[in-house]
Ligand binder design. Sequence first.
Ligand SMILES: [Zn+2]
Length: 161
Amino acid sequence: MSDSSTNGKIRIVKIHDGTVIDHIRAGKALEVLKILGITGKEGNVVTLAMNISSPRIGSKDIVKVENRDIAAPEVARIALVAPEATINLIKGSKVIKKTRVELPDAITGVVVCTNPRCITNKEREPIQPKYQVTSKNPIQLKCLYCWTHIEEEDIISQFTT
Ligand SMILES: [Zn+2]
C-alpha cells in the first residue's frame, strides 16, 4: 500500500458493545491490556492498533474491547500509563459515554511506594500513599512521605505483574 492510500485513514473493526480506548501513548497499548487483565483468552473480540499518527499526541495506540466496561480503579491506572487517553463506552454501535483520562498533579493511592521503609508501607500505619506528579512524560511521581521518586517503569511493573 502506498502512503497516499493509507494517509489519515484508520481501518479498524467497529464494535457494537464495549470500550474503545483511544489516544494511548504509542507503545503503551499492551500495558493498557495488562491493566485490564485482558490476555486474549477471554473470548471477546479485542482489536489493537499501534503507532497510528495522531494530530493530538503525535503517535498513538488504540485498544478496542468488545463486551467490556472499564471500572474507575482501572481508569486511575490507565491515567498513569496513558495520561492522554480517551475512553469511549459503546452501546448499540454508538458512543454513549466519553471519558477523557486525567493525570492530576497529585494522586492518592493507586501506586505503592517503592521504598520498603516508607511509612505508607508499614502494615500498622493506615496511611494512604500520596504522590506529587513531578513529570508527565515520562511519568514520575514523588512520594510525599519519604520523597522517593517513582519512575514510570516501576509504576508499569506494579500494574502489570
Ligand atoms: Zn514513600
